[in-house]
Write a protein that binds this ligand. Sequence first.
Ligand SMILES: [Fe+2]
Length: 204
Amino acid sequence: MNVQILWPTPLFTHDFTESQLDSWRTRAVSLLLPDEQLLNLYGHRPWCTTDLLHEDPVWADMASAIMSAANQALDSMAILREDAFITTMWINAQYQQSNHTAHTHPNSILSGCLYLQAPEHSQHIRFFDPRPQNSVVYLRKAIVEDHLVVTPIEGRVLMWPSWLLHSTESNSSHQLTKPRISVGFNIMIRDTIHSHSSRIRFGY
Ligand SMILES: [Fe+2]
């Protein structure tokens, strides 16, 4: 029997080297608020840098490494393009457990999260089946059900199509022993759009 898989949804992972991870984590830790402030952030929300970190020469090596992985992902999806670039890149840090409700990343092709520090009990990320009709019958499946939970691993980057619904969830009530530090980013391409479209203007 032959099968044709239609409209697959890729989730890419790539593990950076220990030396890359050490260098980026040391640099990120040096930016953090003092512990007493980081421990008491209003509403348990994460502390974030500016989302234009990719324009800071200090982070050029990390931006370049992320773009290299992103281009491999775009090649894998056979997305034709003249170029690809980071539109936003920022660092999140938090001691407290918190949830980030299900969302997508508009005006992007590819989005991702790189974990620089992921202590025990760190929040995991949950991806949702993008086919709403698939919930008509909840079948037991051996591969993936209607969601996929991914545990953060230090030095690992996850990348997915930006339209894919995902959330970040605490998996325990424990306060973390050190901050969970992650890098979020969005990627867009330059190319000719082959149908009518409004021009997207980025805010820079
Ligand atoms: Fe997100």
